[in-house]
Design a protein around this ligand. Structure first.
Ligand code: 5GP
Length: 111
């Protein structure tokens, strides 16, 4: 079981920013930017590499929730970044699909 599953199940606390039946958003424990949150679908999908057509609606929702949370935290004016890491070379460390929201400073480069 991943740490994110434990957070979803309420076994590990998080700084919760948004939650509904499908998605949980919480602040990253080791922020890489002034605003750094993770948008996590509750369905246990390892990464984007393991998604299929059945997940189309859920994945659309994850991105829409990410944009809404960014908007609510004032990131729209200056911009922000949405990132999902996939596997070892992608830098993924928690194998439960999530989208990072990074903002509040100038982000340079791609890794
Ligand atoms: P990845 O490297 O898989 O794309 O991102 C995993 C992220 O999860 C990292 O940015 C890391 O700081 C964050 N993270 C790992 N464990 C925890 C935790 O227990 N709580 C929270 N809030 N974030 C975590």
């Amino acid at each position: 079981m991943t740490i994110f599953q434990k957070i979803i199940d309420g076994e590990v606390p998080c700084d919760n920013l948004y939650e509904d039946d499908d998605v949980l958003v919480f602040r990253d424990i080791a922020p890489q930017a002034p605003f750094h949150a993770l948008v996590v679908p509750k369905k246990p999908i390892r990464s984007m590499a393991e998604t299929d057509r059945q997940d189309q609606e859920l994945l659309g929702k994850v991105m829409l929730v990410a944009a809404a949370v960014a908007r609510d935290h004032g990131l729209e004016k200056n911009g922000y970044r949405l990132v999902t890491n996939i596997g070892e070379h992608g830098g993924q460390t928690v194998f439960h699909l999530h989208v990072h929201i990074l903002g509040g400073r100038m982000l340079r480069g791609m890794g």
